[in-house]
Design a protein around this ligand. Sequence first.
Ligand code: FA5
Length: 334
Amino acid sequence: MEEKLNKIKSDLIKELDGASKEADVLNVKSNYVGKKSEIQEILASLKDMSVEDKRKYGSLINNTKKELEELINKKLEELENKVNVTFDDTLNYDVNVGSLHPVTVVAKEVTDILKRMGFTVVSGPEMESEYYNFEALNIPKDHPARDMQDTYYLDNGMLLRTQTSDNQIHAMENYGAPLRICAPGRTFRNEDLDANHENTFFQIEGMVIDKGVSIENLMYVMQCVLSEVFKSDIKVRLRPGFFPFTEPSYEMDISCVICGGKGCPTCKNAGWIELIGCGMVHPNVLRAGGIDPDIYTGFAFGIGLTRLAMMKYKINDIRYLNSGDIRYLKQFNI
Ligand code: FA5
């Protein structure tokens, strides 16, 4: 009996789900609780049951009927409250269509390229601990390298991450070796703002750890990313750099697209804009992530996505990108 009643109830729920008009619901009502419905037949059969069965099933059957009626009334109420608005779409009006932000576009482009090369996309917190932003990256307290990235410290003892490199440690802890991840994200530095420095900007971190990973692999990945993003000849230069978490370390600059390398306010007359920091992962960092540096090697890179968007779309001042000035951003229409 219980099975039979449950089946009636679940059939009713299914039918009500599919009913979109009052008339449909009334039809369902007649089939499920009307005079000729199964539940009425069951109710009528009560009188022929033994006293014991009457006691056993009487209230169950009556309660089920009540539940069926409640479900039907609820559905009727829902439909009554649903306001049907129809628009006259013959009217001629301006539709303000939005567009993607240039940084969103380059972030997607770079992650898509890396995904095709087997990278998994991960993400980490913007509010970070000193351990993940600095210590585990071979930058102990009082290390002068901390001054390279003016940090926003928070009252709760945490900080706003200054770089997406915190993801290196999270990824090693979460997935171990071998590893191939990228992590786009927002970063924060208490910078003096100018045409190519923001205090809130985007980077994408990349890290590969495996047996026999070399600088050649790193350079190949960088070359693939840049040639696919720009799809035209661009000039890039590689120079030695310094990051405590990579050894050796490099920086990659792009020839300023605003002045063609001649020198302008955007590149502060250098003709070049610093775009990427990268290098071979320092053994101490592998150890901090629980990976044995005698077995594995790795490379890592951090691409400045906001600067990449500037260079791709020839934006001569980075501050436009965070300005929220729709009139400016709209012109990219991408
Ligand atoms: C770093 O942040 C390192 N974490 C990169 C790295 C990762 C090195 C992995 C080695 C291995 P750097 O401070 O140079 O490095 O920043 C990397 C890129 O972020 C820069 O090349 C630049 O493109 C961008 N960037 C840095 N500061 C700013 C800023 N204030 N405004 C806009 N973009 C910036």
